[in-house]
Design a protein around this ligand. Structure first.
Ligand SMILES: C[S@@+](CC[C@H](N)C(=O)[O-])C[C@H]1O[C@@H](n2cnc3c(N)ncnc32)[C@H](O)[C@@H]1O
Ligand code: SF4
Length: 337
């Protein structure tokens, strides 16, 4: 794909937003894992439980980085068959050695393809932020999950962040990532951003303070999302996890891990439901395969052993969205009790 000059890209992007709403595609979104390596060990994240099996739901698949040619193939196909690409799943995407090349490749994407990314912000530099704006990322999702340094160290322990210039920060890790988020929100051209707070039993007392701190800094296309902790198929235990029936099949997505394995479940940390690999097949073929249909039937009947430890699926019932100017009432947060 050859990148277009920026005024043309801008025009294509605006047209793309309209087209996206009109087109039907066989796949709603493709969740792409650039890597499952991570520099953090967040208390509530299955990533931190790698090879520490505490239930019948292990997370022990190999760690690695997605091959760049494989990545290009996935984006090329997503351009044709998907409405969106989501860089999240596991690991920290900015740890990929060719992260900037991966982003640059999105410059030539089909403008109707919506691209979003989650990051813990620790490795974000001015160069990376600038690239995300340049490639017109559709939504950036930040994960800080605390309103104080103490709670940050409890819920998000791990490596040292770098500052905007890429220099490792010696002092307070929490303040270092907050400074970068503040700088990002102060840019009038920043990408629409979702400031995510994953509510768990160790940070629930800081939800309101978090919302009150960040709401005044948001632009008109930004939001704060407070969302419930999930068990990720029975890998994470927390008092705030609630029973909820499986809803992954209605979401209409595919998850591709760093090695190209494809699962219909966005919570399938260990890729136990893999239906194939994009090295040997295409996303569309896998989505329309007999194996996909068989798994869906088996899931409806409760016949998939890997799903037995999953009690909550995507329990989004208690998620709350706040936008600039919203009034923050104490009562709203009882929903997380
Ligand atoms: C797994 S992370 C990967 C991207 C990046 N490393 C980050 O922290 O944003 C993607 C998102 O999942 C959230 N997450 C992790 N474990 C979770 C859990 N058990 N329940 C709900 N969300 C979780 C994180 O807070 C983050 O917003
Ligand atoms: S930074 Fe993201 S992937 Fe890494 S442990 Fe934390 S939530 Fe999980």
């Amino acid at each position: 794909m050859t990148p277009l000059p920026s005024p043309l890209r801008a025009m294509r992007h605006v047209l793309g937003l309209g087209l996206r709403r009109l087109r039907r595609k066989p796949i709603r979104w493709v969740q792409v894992e650039l890597t499952n390596h991570c520099n953090y060990r967040c208390r509530f994240c299955p990533q931190s439980r790698w090879r520490q099996q505490a239930s019948g739901a292990p997370y022990n698949r190999a760690k690695g980085y997605m091959d760049f040619d494989l990545y290009r193939r996935i984006i090329d196909e997503a351009n044709q068959v998907a409405l969106g690409v989501n860089f999240s799943f596991f690991g920290e995407p900015m740890m990929h050695p060719r992260f900037l090349d991966c982003m640059e490749y999105l410059n030539g994407r089909n403008p109707a393809l919506r691209v979003v990314m989650n990051t813990n912000l620790s490795l974000a530099t001015q160069e990376i932020f600038t690239k995300l704006i340049e490639i017109r990322l559709d939504n950036l999702r930040l994960s800080i999950d605390a309103a104080t340094p103490e709670t940050y160290e409890t819920v998000r322990p791990g490596g040292r962040p770098v500052d905007l210039a890429g220099r490792e920060v010696d002092g307070n890790r929490f303040e270092a990532v907050c400074r970068k988020a503040e700088w990002w929100f102060s840019l009038c051209e920043h990408t629409p951003t979702r400031h995510v707070f994953t509510v768990n039993s160790c940070n629930r007392h800081e939800v309101k303070a978090f919302v009150e701190r960040w709401l005044p800094l948001l632009g008109e296309n930004d939001a704060v999302l407070t969302k419930s902790v999930l068990s990720y198929g029975g890998k994470v235990f927390d008092d705030l996890v609630r029973p909820n029936p499986c809803n992954v099949w209605d979401a209409g997505g595919l998850t591709v891990d760093w090695a190209g394995n494809v699962s219909p479940c966005n919570l399938d940390t260990n890729m136990d439901l893999a239906i194939g690999n994009v090295e040997q097949s295409t996303l569309k073929t896998l989505r329309e395969s007999p194996r996909y249909r068989e798994l869906r039937r088996a899931s409806n009947k409760g016949d998939i052993a890997a799903c037995w430890a999953c009690v909550d699926a995507n329990d989004w019932r208690r998620n709350l969205v706040f936008r600039r100017g919203d009034c923050v009432s104490e009562d709203a947060f009882y929903i997380h009790d």
